[in-house]
Design a protein around this ligand. Structure first.
Ligand code: AMP
Length: 390
């Protein structure tokens, strides 16, 4: 493939903007390939730091950092999307950035994301854009019934969201809601939440992973169950929609498409993540190619790897509330005694209630068997954990 870099050359250095656990797992996948990484992160305690070859520890709008980063890398990617547009554009011009700044810009803002889905006629939750109390009044009337008001920028894991029953006073709600722009979404009484990881390569070829069935706890991903317990038709439809999203964004790299599956079988896109995603962590132990290795292949310009699922699996997120106190992890012994669980920790020194500290991939002969073991571990750790505070 003409656009691929020679991976074993010292000139193949992948730059990663962001230093969280996703960056850490990209860096680990790069190590296995003998590819060097430069991580640009906001703080030296970031999870990716100890796994990277080089680190730039300066804000994402720092001109010197930008110059340093671009001079050290051959090609770049992001591990989270809230990066200033100017930085993304400059990196793209200098090193090549996959996914592109325009794809990231669409996914980093709910208003742009929803408008994109509407324009592309990709099924999505009914919504209205809100920039004032008057807009909110109109939006509440038009959508009718319950909804969720979400900030346009910087929202994730349920942050910057409030549920509305539909009878609140719009002026009061808007006065309390601390954001200049928002999106009001209709409340979707879904049967399940699903996600599909898809990757699009340098040559435009697309692969998709088996859909994951996702369960949340306090708005944060708790468990992903793969294969999802859904009909073959819904599986095909979810994969087809993820492909359409990747095509429409002219995407290069891995992306996660999150869905609501309604009781009537209809799929609606909720969100698009322009990067590896928490609901793809099972691919580390249960698929031929992990989502992180896949990202590197796409970014470097190598052919994409197989997405084949090798075994049923449940990914259990290890949140800080399993920790006995801020620095004492749960008792790992029952996990290791199981023998079919892989533990992945992100090296975070301090646990807080909602913080993602790691995950465990629990494989089994059936999803039900894996799920039962995941639930047992979770119940035990929640009972023993002090629920390290927020
Ligand atoms: P988000 O940050 O938009 O992914 O929302 C976090 C979680 O809140 C989702 O995974 C759903 O469980 C729930 N949620 C968000 N939007 C809606 C909606 N329009 N209808 C029903 N549940 C929602």
């Amino acid at each position: 493939m003409s656009s691929s870099l020679p991976i074993h050359s010292p000139h193949c250095v992948v730059g990663v903007i962001g230093g969280g656990q996703l960056g850490r797992m990209i860096a680990l996948a790069a190590r296995r390939l003998g590819v060097r990484t430069v991580i640009w992160t906001g703080g030296l305690e970031a999870p990716a730091v100890e796994c990277a070859d080089e680190v730039i520890d300066l804000p994402f709008d720092d001109a010197q950092a930008l110059q340093d980063f671009c001079s050290r890398v051959t090609v770049s990617t992001v591990e989270f999307e809230n990066i200033p547009r100017e930085t993304l554009e400059a990196v793209a011009r200098s090193t090549g950035l996959h996914p592109s700044p325009s794809a990231i810009a669409i996914c980093q803002n709910r208003e742009r994301e929803k408008n994109f889905l509407r324009e592309m006629q990709i099924p999505h939750t009914p919504f209205a854009v809100v920039a004032s109390a008057a807009d909110l009044a109109v939006a509440m009337r038009e959508l009718g019934g319950p909804g969720v008001l979400k900030t346009a920028d910087f929202g994730y894991d349920g942050k910057g969201q409030i549920k509305l029953e539909g009878h609140e006073d719009p002026a009061e709600v808007w006065a309390k809601f601390d954001a200049p722009r928002a999106v009001l979404e209709a409340w979707v009484p879904f049967e399940k939440e699903l996600s599909v990881m898809a990757a699009r390569g340098a040559d435009g070829s697309i692969v998709t992973y088996d859909p994951a069935e996702n369960r949340h706890r306090n708005h944060i991903l708790d468990l992903s169950i793969v294969p999802a317990r859904i009909s073959p038709a819904v599986k095909l439809e979810a994969a087809a929609i993820a492909r359409r999203v990747a095509e429409a964004l002219d995407y290069r790299g891995i992306l996660g498409v999150e869905f609501f599956l309604k009781t009537d079988g209809e799929l609606l896109v909720n969100e698009i993540a322009p990067r590896p995603h928490n609901s793809g962590h099972h691919t580390l132990d249960a698929c031929v190619t992990s989502q992180f290795a896949q990202q590197l292949r796409a970014v470097i310009g190598l052919p994409l790897g197989s997405t084949r699922l090798l075994t049923p699996v449940v990914m259990l997120n290890l949140l800080g509330d399993f920790w006995q106190d801020e620095t004492t992890p749960p008792d790992w012994l029952p996990l290791f005694e199981d023998r079919e669980i892989s533990l992945h920790l992100y090296g975070k020194r301090h646990a807080r209630g909602r913080r993602k500290m790691g995950h465990a991939n629990i494989i089994g002969t059936t999803t039900e068997a894996a799920l039962a073991r995941a639930e047992a571990l979770k119940a035990r750790w929640l009972a023993e954990g002090a629920g390290a505070g927020e």
